[in-house]
Design a protein around this ligand. Structure first.
Ligand SMILES: NC(=O)c1ccc[n+]([C@@H]2O[C@H](COP(=O)([O-])OP(=O)(O)OC[C@H]3O[C@@H](n4cnc5c(N)ncnc54)[C@H](O)[C@@H]3O)[C@@H](O)[C@H]2O)c1
Ligand SMILES: [Zn+2]
Length: 368
């Protein structure tokens, strides 16, 4: 097992990462919190695969455990489903000492975290993430949210968990496509902050049950995200580098229609584009560009998009909630393992690069 400590002003918490650790590790932080009631927030898929998994771990502790089962999928990450968590909390007489446990992927983590931030002005919560994306990204850093019909993750807050338990055995049942999407966010942390992590990842073929590799890669990836969050918890500056690949990634998700491509798949193509722009604008060396492009080519399937014009490109890019005016803060690479924020990047200049990119590299993004 590997353990990481996250230190934020006035708060610190632990992230444990390992195989078959949940039974041993979950009890202590629950008991330490002094709670006598845990509400597990999960979805129908996890409840079927791992029935009452958390309550079994806590059954002899004397802590009462109740389970709120939500429907599965991003489509349900909205205010309607969110309010069902409050209905449940009221029904089971939850109070300010009740502890929430988010048991699921990023969708459950984001919703349960936001419920913990707002129920009775804030109650403690623990993350037990079950997808690779949630292991390396959504369970670390304290962002919580639900979607509004006009924008993704537009309603939310910052809420750090009391503890995060990254139990690798849950990955055994995760579909390979989901595993790969999480792998791309993991890779992102190497691109933006740690060339050695990139080399370590590159040296292994992604296989679902290679737990030794996964434990080390997840640990190193969480450490990178953790350090960035410690520097800038609420994203007033450097935390934006975590959005590397997300400008084009979000455009792909919206333009292709939500659900066509997984978030990680869209970000994968977006990272390739951001590296391409970094090379074209003389920030990234040709050697590093070729390494990044060559590796991504091996693992990404092409994203197919309906063709678009400058106006639509601009609308889609500026809908990104991180956008300001007619320009965006675009994350670029100085070299493999070092990133920076290019403030006020003109959308028109990005449009020119996008046209070059799709013409030269249809194996990443093809317009039809
Ligand atoms: N808070 C943050 O910082 C942050 C960061 C990145 C992403 N996110 C959010 O995370 C969400 C995406 O997370 P995700 O990719 O985990 O999606 P998800 O939670 O929808 O999970 C993907 C699918 O896998 C299923 N699943 C989960 N664990 C499983 C397991 N062990 N075995 C089999 N199936 C399993 C889920 O039920 C779902 O159908 C998005 O809503 C995104 O906005 C948040
Ligand atoms: Zn992402």
């Amino acid at each position: 097992m590997n353990t990481l400590q996250i230190n934020l002003p006035g708060r610190e918490y632990k992230i444990d990462i390992g195989l078959n650790i949940l039974d041993e590790q979950l009890l202590e932080p629950v008991l330490l919190s002094g709670t006598d009631h845990v509400v597990v927030v999960t979805n129908t898929v996890l409840q079927d695969l791992y029935p009452n998994c958390i309550s079994k771990v806590l059954q002899e502790s004397g802590v009462r455990v109740t389970t709120c089962v939500l429907p599965d999928g991003e489509a349900y990450k909205n205010l309607d489903t969110f309010s069902k968590i409050f209905d449940f909390l009221m029904k089971v007489s939850a109070n300010r000492k009740t502890m929430l446990v988010a048991f699921g992927g990023g969708v459950i983590g984001d919703m349960a975290g936001f419920a913990a931030a707002t129920f009775m002005r804030g109650i403690p919560f623990i993350q037990v993430p079950t997808t690779l994306l949630a292991h390396v990204d959504s369970s670390v850093g304290g962002k919580t949210a639900v979607n509004h019909p006009l924008g993704k993750n537009t309603i939310g807050s910052f809420k750090q968990p009391e503890y995060v338990c990254i139990e690798l055995s849950f990955l055994k049942t995760l579909p390979f496509r989901e595993l790969k999407a999480g792998y791309l966010e993991l890779l992102k942390h190497g691109f933006i902050r740690d060339a050695n992590l990139f080399e370590f990842i590159q040296g292994h073929t992604l296989k679902p049950l290679d737990f030794e590799f996964l434990e080390e890669a997840i640990f190193r990836s969480c450490a990178i995200k953790g350090r960035v969050v410690e520097q800038d918890e609420t994203e007033t500056g450097v935390r934006a580098i975590l959005n590397f690949g997300h400008t084009l990634g979000h455009l792909i998700e919206t333009h292709a229609g939500y659900g066509t491509y997984l978030h990680g798949e869209a970000v994968g193509a977006g990272m390739c584009f951001a590296a391409f722009v970094s090379w074209r604008w003389n920030e990234l060396s040709e050697k590093d560009w070729k390494r990044i492009c060559g590796y991504l080519r091996q693992i990404l399937a092409p994203v197919i998009l309906h063709s678009l014009d400058l106006e639509l490109f601009r609308d889609l890019i500026l809908h990104d909630k991180k956008a300001q005016k007619q320009a965006v803060n675009f994350i670029m690479l100085k070299k493999l393992g070092e990133s920076f924020i290019q403030q006020d990047t003109s959308v028109e200049k990005l449009w020119d690069e996008f046209n070059q990119f799709t013409a030269l590299y249809p194996e990443f993004v093809e317009l039809r």
